[in-house]
Ligand binder design. Structure first.
Ligand code: NAD
Length: 292
């Protein structure tokens, strides 16, 4: 089986490597960043442009920033879709607007090309360990057929419904992560202002009801003043914009999302778009004039 992989960023690079380690060795890659392409070629992949990937591959994976990039790569001029053969499939692992997933799938289906939307949760460490959580939308029989490939990159692969359901699930995930980070920053700054050591607060509560994967990953970063991404502020803004778009079109209330989105936007406006999303703590540091 020949596999195309487009998008070799923080996530895509280790995921493509794990795909190859998992036995899918015939992999053709592309990215705007040719250093990333070279790194994969050094690991045994081959490199090709998008049209070639469309012509050659049975399965095409994309791991790109957002809906416009996936649409451009797949449906743009010289896009992959124009060259794909009937019976092949796109598995888009990017976190994009579920409405865009449905639009891309509709174009592909006209050419008898199938699609799964399969965004992930877990971030760079789990991408490296191949322990990501996949949330997948698409036909049951398509999911059953391609689940073993996804299992080379993830520890959990769950079908959530028809096409678009994977990205809807991802939006739910991103609301919970962003609001958790904000709550964590707010709570640790309260401790600091009340002259209780935030580090000890974290130690005391991490095993209780408030403890979470988010807390374990982000409290140490906030306490160390470490903003290295991880997951960038700008990518979380992108996800929450997709939440707001989707929520407005389906009539779901999302006031907490709107509030944390404004804090992320404030960070972006101050040049923090490329920082880890745990940099939300800087908003509280700015308001209080204190460093955590
Ligand atoms: P990234 O910015 O590190 O990587 C994106 C890659 O896509 C880059 O290498 C870029 O050069 C490439 N690219 C962009 N436009 C392209 C084009 N037109 N043609 C070819 N290549 C192109 O982003 P990432 O952190 O790897 O995230 C990828 C996706 O995964 C996003 O949708 C993100 O929301 C999602 N995600 C990220 C994380 C995380 O922790 N980083 C976690 C879960 C999900």
């Amino acid at each position: 089986m020949k596999i195309g992989f487009i998008g070799l960023g923080i996530m895509g690079k280790p995921m493509a490597k794990n795909l190859m380690k998992g036995g899918y060795t015939d992999v053709v890659v592309n990215d705007l960043n040719k250093d990333a392409v070279k790194e994969l070629v050094d690991c045994g992949a081959s490199a090709a442009e998008n049209d070639e990937i469309g012509k050659l591959c049975d399965v095409v994976f994309t791991m790109l920033p957002n809906s416009p990039q996936v649409k451009e790569v797949m449906l743009g001029e010289q896009g992959v879709a124009a060259f794909m053969r009937p019976g092949t499939i796109l598995i888009d692992m990017s976190s994009i607007n579920p409405i865009a997933s449905k639009e891309i799938a509709a174009v592909l289906n006209e050419k008898d090309v199938d699609m799964l939307d399969a965004p992930v949760s877990g971030g760079e460490p789990k991408a490296i360990d191949a322990t990501l959580s996949f949330m997948v939308g698409g036909k049951q029989e398509t999911f059953d057929r391609y689940k073993p490939i996804l299992e080379t990159m993830g520890a959990s692969v769950v079908r959530c419904g028809e096409i678009g359901a994977g990205n809807t699930t991802k939006l739910a995930n991103q609301i919970i992560v962003a609001c958790n980070i904000q709550a964590l920053a707010e709570a640790l700054m309260l401790a600091k202002k009340a002259e209780v050591d935030p580090e000890l607060v974290f130690e005391a509560i991490r095993g209780g009801l408030a403890g979470s994967t988010v807390m374990n990953a982000k409290a140490p970063m906030m306490l160390a003043g470490n903003d290295k991404p991880g997951f960038k502020v700008d990518l979380h803004i992108k996800d929450l914009n997709n939440v707001l778009d989707c929520a407005h079109s389906v009539g779901a209330p999302v006031p907490m999302t709107a509030q944390v989105q404004e804090i992320l936007q404030w960070l972006h406006n101050r040049g923090g778009g490329q920082k880890d999303h745990s940099a939300i703590v800087h908003y509280y540091e700015y308001l209080t004039g204190e460093t955590l």
